[in-house]
Design a protein around this ligand. Structure first.
Ligand code: G6P
Ligand code: MG
Length: 217
């Protein structure tokens, strides 16, 4: 029986990829690395450290460890300037409706995100109160597709992984959910997310009946 609904953050609850892009782009420009929107796709669901490694590889640049740390800080400071301006209008379509419905059927709601900025973002958009547990980039040592983030989430609300469903927009996130033994729901492109148990373009495509039936699974 499904009792617990685990949400990824970036690309599922809010579209922060555009802000990550702007902050990475500024750094890439400074380093004279060509960084496009297509490149940005490679960074979805990927940790901050790994993202910088990917960008440096794109530009075939090698840098000092001290510069690497400095660039991570600089990128995050720029990213936080965008986050600071976020409000409820940035919640993706029908996410709020689904969170309310899950509460109404007494489902547990958990966040499972790679982002170290997850809590401030949830606060900014006014959704933090919905979450029974939050697991973010500060709590995990292994990145998705490792299932750690979701397994800790299940543990935090004292449920078996088999009782959990995961909403994810990144392939690595779907793989992590599958490895954890959880039901996986892809939010986004059907072809990209084909390893998911179910795929929807966005939450407006998911009915309350569908969620209710999952509960009875
Ligand atoms: C999410 C995003 C990634 C981002 C990662 C770390 O997984 O999809 O694009 O790199 O979180 O985010 P952070 O806020 O800690 O830099
Ligand atoms: Mg995501």
């Amino acid at each position: 029986m499904i009792t617990t609904y685990i949400f990824d953050l970036d690309g599922v609850i809010v579209d922060t990829a555009k802000y990550h892009y702007l902050a990475w782009k500024k750094l890439a420009d400074e380093l004279e690395i060509d960084f496009t929107h297509e490149h940005n796709e490679l960074l979805k669901g990927v940790s901050r450290v790994r993202s910088l490694e990917i960008i440096l590889k794109l530009g075939k640049k090698e840098i000092l460890t001290s510069d690497f740390e400095r660039f991570l800080i600089q990128k995050n400071e720029d990213y936080l300037k965008y986050i600071d301006k976020m409000d409820a209008s940035e919640i993706l379509p029908d996410v709020l409706g689904k969170l309310k419905f899950i509460k109404s059927i007494n489902g547990k709601i958990v966040l499972g995100s790679a982002s170290k900025n997850a809590k401030p973002i949830l606060q900014k958009v006014g959704l933090i109160e919905f979450f029974d547990a939050i697991v973010d980039g500060n709590d995990v040592s292994k990145a998705k597709p490792d299932p750690e983030v979701f397994l800790i989430g299940a543990q935090k609300v004292n449920v078996n992984p088999l009782e959990c469903v995961v909403f994810e927009d990144a392939v690595a996130g779907i793989q992590a959910a599958n490895i954890a033994g959880m039901l996986s729901i892809g939010i986004g492109d059907k072809a990209t997310l084909n390893e998911a148990d179910y795929i929807f373009t966005d939450f407006t495509q998911i009915t309350n009946e569908f969620l209710q039936n999952l509960e009875n699974n």
